[in-house]
Design a protein. Structure first.
Length: 240
């Protein structure tokens, strides 16, 4: 049986990539805005393994501040709309987020991959053990598993391999719809997902405040606030 016939007989499989734009409407700074995080901090100082080796206290201070800010904000209408899609759509729905905040999870999303790690997670640089992060972390905090004083945020830094490829790759290959929400289209490998999914037969959709750098990779574009457009898009999927 061909993939097109098989897919016509089964509920659509939906893969959704979310970026900083969806969390910005909850009040979290994006990275690339004029007043965003990278305007205030150099990538080389806070978001690389080398930065952590050079000045772990500075790196922890950056992520402690981000963790505190993330705890102050709430999921918005776009997050809640995706929870509704996962609950009511008869087919599989996977959310891949580039965001390190926990807004999707707090809204109620369950089928979720944090490809760039989680602010609310701690990682032992020595043994790889993971545990829930306290509000403030320090490099000298002992690992609960091996007692090494090499605690770091469970964040995928520049130069490191994103998490979840074992889930993401087969989901993209099977997707009928791929949607990118609030993404810049500048960060790889996520920026290539739309093109990859399209080659394998998916319809591609972008929902962004402005067209992404990879806008040409999308069959359908909705330009405007995620809090307005995502609920409308979800409604259109559920009412087909």
């Amino acid at each position: 049986m061909s993939r097109s016939v098989e897919h016509a007989m089964a509920p659509e499989k939906i893969v959704i990539l979310t970026g900083a734009g969806i969390s910005a409407e909850s009040g979290l700074s994006t990275f690339r805005d004029a007043d965003g995080l990278w305007a205030q901090h150099r990538i080389e100082d806070v978001a690389t393994p080398e930065a952590f080796q050079r000045d772990p206290a500075r790196v922890h201070a950056f992520y402690n501040a981000r963790r505190a800010k993330a705890a102050e904000v709430m999921p918005n209408a776009a997050h809640h709309a995706l929870v509704r899609l996962e609950a009511e759509h008869p087919g599989a729905v996977l959310i891949i987020t580039q965001n390190v905040d926990d807004l999707h999870a707090r809204a109620g999303s369950r089928n979720l991959v944090h490809m760039h790690g989680r602010l609310m997670g701690a990682l032992c640089h020595a043994c790889g053990h993971r545990w829930p992060a306290p509000p403030e972390m320090h490099a000298t905090d002992p690992c609960p598993a091996c007692s090494a004083a090499q605690t770091r945020p469970d964040i995928v830094w520049f130069g490191e391999t994103p998490y979840g490829a074992e889930v993401i790759d087969p989901a993209l290959a099977a997707a009928d719809i791929f949607a990118a929400i609030g993404t810049s289209g500048n960060v790889y490998p996520a920026a290539a997902y739309a093109q990859h999914a399209a080659r394998l037969g998916a319809r591609t959709v972008q929902i962004n405040l402005e067209p992404a750098s990879n806008a040409r990779d999308f069959d359908e574009s909705h330009i405007g606030p995620a809090t307005e457009l995502v609920p409308k898009w979800v409604e259109s999927i559920l009412n087909r």
